[in-house]
Design a protein around this ligand. Sequence first.
Ligand code: AMP
Length: 541
Amino acid sequence: MAATDGGMQDWPLLTWRLLDHAARNHPAREIVSLAVEGGTHRTTWAAVAERSHRLASALAALGIAPGDRVATLAWNTWRHVECLYGILGMGGVAHTINPRLFDDQLVYIANHAADRVLLFDTTFLPVVERIAPRLTTVVHYVVLTDRAHLPTSPLDLLCYETLLAGGDPAFAWLGLPESAAAGLCYTSGTTGNPKGVLYSHRSTVLHALAATGADVLALGAATRVLPVAPMFHVNAWSIPYAAAAAGSTLVLNGPHFDAASLHRLIVDEGVDFALGVPTVWLGLLQYLDATGGDLGKLTRVNIGGSAVPRSMIEAFAARGVTVSHLWGMTEMSPIGTIGPPTPEVAALPEAEQTTMRTKQGRALFGVEMKIVDDAGTELPRDGVAFGWLLVRGPWIVDTYFRADAPAVDGDGWFDTGDVATIDTFGYLGIVDRAKDVIKSGGEWISSIDLENTAVGCPGIHEAAVIGVPHPKWDERPLLIVVARPGAAVTKADVLAHLAPRIARWWTPDDVVFVDELPHTATGKLLKTALRERFRGHLTGG
Ligand code: AMP
């Protein structure tokens, strides 16, 4: 020990320690899932831990070595939680694949990751059968089900429950350096090939510990948390790890994302905290408006992935639920900023507090952020100046998986691709994705602001704003909306709603009604497709 060393234990931050903690200290706390086979499945942290050991031993027996990638194509269920911990506990890398990707993208990322095993829910058998001939590295296909539900297939399928029955519950977790690779998640990428973000055990544990914090996700042993965010989208925003650290009850919606199922689950299971993207909550709020139901014990909802409209924050508040905004990205594990008010913000008049809630929140410990201009000069934190948002910290990407060069500059700053403001309270305001911002006559228009104002218009379900070529102004905003079923809302209604709420020159040049808007695999608006479709809308091309 060097003279300058501290005298404390060297305890590598490994993910399986989170599960060990939950199993030892919260053994009977439940993990409740809507099962893929139907019905509600109930288990405990202790049982999940035991079965994770069994899976780890089974993977080792299949010849999986430390560092090998093991992929999942699965919904949020207890089995998927076991997969995460079982794969990582035997030194493997858990590659959670987003099943909403197209076949070509699935093939690309599974081959790029060189996945050796694919564990999947029965839902995805048709996809797996389609792409299997093109998967060059996968040697075992494991179906996450029992013997009775094992489908027949031309593929040589292994049964998850049979593997576990033959597994060793006393299998010893692998001792690894905390810098060892843990999870692998590919960005959904609207252009180009998806890029892999390879989390480490250390980054995962640090992020999970930070996530439990009072001003972050406020997870405790009494929390009954429902992450509607899927595990294939940045590990359900870390909930399977953070809930283990906190000893929370985990409620999982399995393959069910419809409002009726989510509502029933929230009420029946006494969920008090839920997380997900805005579209999920839009559906739930409309369902409640139509059916008159309430939200049971739900008091907090954390929303991220896209900006939250003010109308959604107000609709939840009217139902006694506080919305906290979360901003982050796959490259950030994902949490970057979070909305709970500081005392200074809580002292503001009610309407201003709501405005602050529409901002993306403040950095938590572990995330440094700054905004810079084109020359890289830092801009003031005055809530007005906006520029490129750069971040750095111990759970932020350094180098993409198998990339030749780091994704950060010489000082460790990662360019998020977002354009933002930071105000005097330290609150981040995402103006736009850099590629979505509209440049009209040399000035910038925030598509996010316009969209979120438009969805506040009665009768409007969803809105997208894109910049379309314009002969004089270079680009002008075009508003594309989906009306609520049965609503008789018109273009004039929408423009009248916008008029008092936006700068005049932000007024969209046209409002187009469509039946539905295209989305990416992670539920964001697919603006590349819209720009393609409406390119000539103002020029007649
Ligand atoms: P992903 O890696 O798929 O999670 O996407 C990350 C991107 O989603 C960010 O760079 C933002 O552009 C966007 N995003 C995530 N959360 C928010 C939010 N709360 N408000 C606005 N945009 C967000």
